[in-house]
Design a binder for this molecule. Structure first.
Ligand code: ACO
Length: 332
């Protein structure tokens, strides 16, 4: 089943990583943990973290410039800009508006979306559908997160997981049928708000000195529950999407899963019977970058020459909300 409207392709990818590296050994000096525990339970050995004055929009800008250069396009060629993030510079204006100004884009709609670790897969679908509508020719979509700004550095159950990064893609209309964004399934379930959330700082619990002391501004997570749900939901959405398009997991050349935990990814790809060599992993060096995780992994797979014309790629995401999504792409 192909989308009959204009095909949309990923014209280029790009990414940006902050320079500072935080290793597991560094973390073991902050909380009671060890390289061995973190690596065995999560697959993470190190992560990048922003400098104190480096922001989500700074990383998004770096990733955007990289994607524009790789697309051989100038900012004025872009007519739509969407950023996925849960760690914006400000509650308002959006990261997308900050970027609109910094990139010198003119008269473009620019907005952020919030779907946590599924943000980039949500972005692909939103952007693809807006472009198919006819008006937009080239769009810039970005997943960018400074997760270290919402990390509780005294909580060893969460602080070992997260890192900062940004990944970007330029999407363009094409006349070639049957390539690019083939299909997408998104989902959500708001009935588990407490298993992964940031309780403070919103309209329900505006920050006060007292609740800042209670650390309500940081990510809280029930890791075990997230783990179980993540595997189940991503397997289900992958199977549904492939079935919808008359494909099986054998047809997929590369799976690019959200990089939350190596054990989640292994359990998922084992159930889907996808061998390790067809799974993109970068979590060892980057940790979990939420909505930046998939676009950075996609850009690195591209940089490593792992994406070949005609390949089927399957992006699989799961995150707070809960939200989830799968995207099927035929590389061009
Ligand atoms: N170092 C050492 N010990 C630790 C650490 C740590 N960093 N963290 C927890 N422990 C201890 C616990 O206190 C517990 O000790 P106890 O048995 O004495 O009580 C023990 O290790 C086991 O803890 P569990 O929470 O059961 O460990 P688990 O094997 O479930 O691993 C983890 C925890 C890594 C968080 C895992 O549950 C996980 O990855 N869950 C998925 C959640 C996830 O990936 N979230 C990412 C954000 S959301 C997203 O991206 C979708």
């Amino acid at each position: 089943m192909q989308n009959a409207l204009s095909p949309i392709v990923i014209r280029s990818t790009g990414y940006f990583l902050p320079e500072r590296v935080l290793t597991n050994d560094d973390l073991s000096k902050i909380v009671e943990t060890s390289d061995e525990w973190i690596a065995e339970r999560t697959g993470i050995r190190e992560r990048r973290i922003c400098a104190d004055d480096e922001t989500t929009s700074d990383m998004a800008y770096g990733a955007a410039l990289d994607a524009l250069k790789n697309a051989n396009l100038k900012p004025e060629d872009i007519d739509l800009l969407i950023v996925a993030t849960i760690t914006p510079d400000f509650k308002t204006p959006s990261v997308a508006c900050i970027l609109q100004e910094r990139l010198g884009l003119r008269n473009v709609p620019a907005f952020d979306i919030s779907a946590a670790c599924s943000g980039f897969v949500y972005c692909l679908e939103i952007c693809g559908q807006l472009m198919r509508g006819g008006v937009y020719r080239n769009a810039l979509i970005i997943g960018a997160e400074k997760l270290t700004s919402v990390t509780d550095w005294t909580d060893r159950t969460t602080c070992v997981l997260f890192g900062d990064a940004a990944g970007a893609c330029v999407l363009s209309k094409t006349d070639t049928p049957g390539v690019g964004l083939i299909g997408n399934i998104l989902g959500s379930d708001g009935s588990h708000p407490d298993i992964l959330n940031i309780p403070g700082g919103g309209s329900r619990l505006p920050l006060t000195k007292e609740n800042i002391d209670d650390k309500t501004q940081y990510i809280k997570m029930n890791g075990r529950e997230v783990f179980k749900l993540a595997v189940r939901v991503m397997e289900d959405v992958a199977r549904k999407l492939l079935e919808r398009h008359g494909l099986t997991t054998q047809d997929i050349n590369l799976v690019i899963p959200h990089q939350a935990n190596t054990r989640i990814i292994e359990a998922l790809t084992k159930r889907l019977e996808i061998p390790n060599e067809r799974v993109m992993l970068n979590i060892e060096k980057l940790g979990n970058n939420s909505s930046a995780s998939i676009p950075v992994a996609l850009a690195q797979a591209n940089e490593q020459g792992r994406l070949k014309k005609g390949d089927y790629l399957l992006l699989l995401a799961f995150g707070a909300g809960l939200t989830w999504g799968a995207s099927l792409i035929k590389w061009n």
